[in-house]
Design a binder for this molecule. Structure first.
Ligand code: UD1
Length: 344
């Protein structure tokens, strides 16, 4: 049986960590990536971790003919894991058509090609942002979805819907994974997040401040209804997340899925405030952070963390790495990055 798995966006942050986990589990990941938010050096760095440089071809999934050509050349696939998408929330508000065009057309092209070439199973990258501020915490997969706050969030909800409709029509078997807040880097420090420009997300902003690339971290909001007044999220180590994709693929391959389209939360089930993350970083690395309070950031919710029961029981997956490992690995990666790991 084929062990080939198409990983779209496989040079990106979550994609690259998933490729490592796939190789470790005996799969042969094939990466398609248009390099819009990733570096071609990542393929070589993955090879340094696993001893096996993965196949990589620069392809844009919006180009149907190029994608179809790939499927035709590769023969049967064991599965497809679809990461390739734009993900900057602020940019999506300014450039909605860019986001709808890229995130939806790539998914539709992929589903069409999969239908033409043996219908391999699909693992789809979704986001906990579909929940907005949930009425009850921890949030389960059954919670009502909130109207998306951005075209990015909307494209994820629409993506889930497209997958759902295709599954109902018997055209695909799929699992959508709703990520909470992916952070950290591979323990080797060889791959990690590559935020373009000024980071939006908390952990890359922390590590860039610690290394001196940013002067000061702003903590957005100190008057939330939480124990220390700062907002709470469920941070999950990106390698745990990568492993969950392998587990999801295996579930689909074995036919263990309970329906044509299953949805799982991926988090640790534990929430940490912004101040707790800062303290964890300082404690784990011994580096003192320069930070200040700033007003709340528009669009932020107060508190969200996952109920992971479904993923624990049905996928047989559980996050293993704690906040300290997330901070230590993110810091190791930041130091390697500033030492020029991508230029070697
Ligand atoms: C964001 C995205 C979400 C995406 C996720 C990926 C929004 C509204 N949501 O989630 O769609 O899936 O990233 O990881 O952008 N914070 C600071 N100072 C900073 C940066 C962040 O205090 O410089 C705070 C935020 O206010 C928030 C927490 O840190 O309370 C986490 O923020 P962030 O890492 O940006 O993630 P989310 O906003 O939860």
């Amino acid at each position: 049986m084929s062990k080939k798995v198409l990983v779209s966006g496989g040079l990106g942050y979550i994609g690259s960590h998933t490729v490592v986990e796939l190789q470790k589990s005996g799969f042969e990941p094939l990466i398609l990536d248009n390099l819009s938010n990733s570096s071609p050096q990542v393929a070589g760095l993955i090879g340094r971790i696993t001893g096996n440089r993965p196949f990589f071809e620069q392809t844009d999934l919006c180009d149907f003919d190029a994608l179809e050509g790939f499927f035709g050349r590769q023969g049967p696939l064991a599965g497809v894991i679809h990461f390739a998408a734009f993900k900057a929330v602020g940019e999506s508000v300014a450039k909605p058509l860019k986001y709808y065009h890229n995130n939806l057309l790539s998914l539709i092209n992929l589903l069409r090609c999969m239908g033409l070439h043996g219908s391999p199973p699909l693992v789809f990258s979704s986001s906990a942002s579909v929940y907005g501020q949930p009425a009850r915490l921890p949030v389960t997969e059954k919670a009502a979805l909130q109207p998306p706050a951005s075209p990015y969030g909307q494209s994820k909800q629409m993506g889930e819907r497209i997958v759902d409709d295709a599954a109902k029509a018997g055209q695909v078997r799929a699992i959508s994974l709703r990520y909470f807040n992916p952070v950290g880097a591979h323990e080797s420090g060889l791959i990690g997040e590559l935020p373009p420009g000024i980071p939006d997300n908390l952990v890359p902003y922390i590590t860039q401040t610690a290394i001196g690339k940013r002067e000061r971290l702003s903590v957005f909001g100190k008057d939330y209804n939480t124990p220390d007044g700062t907002a709470i999220r469920d941070y999950i180590h990106v390698s745990d997340l990568g492993r969950a994709h392998v587990t999801a693929l295996e579930r689909l391959s074995k036919g263990n899925n309970a329906s044509g389209h299953e949805i799982f939360n991926l988090g640790t089930g534990k929430g940490y405030s912004v101040l707790e993350v800062i303290t964890a970083f300082e404690k784990a690395t011994g580096v003192k952070l320069n930070w200040d309070f700033a007003p709340r950031r528009a669009g932020d919710v107060e508190s969200v963390w996952a109920d992971t029961t479904l993923a624990n029981l049905k996928l047989g997956w559980k996050a293993e790495k704690g906040l300290e490992e997330m901070m230590v690995s993110a810091w190791k990666w930041e130091k390697n990055l500033s030492a020029g790991i991508l230029d070697q």
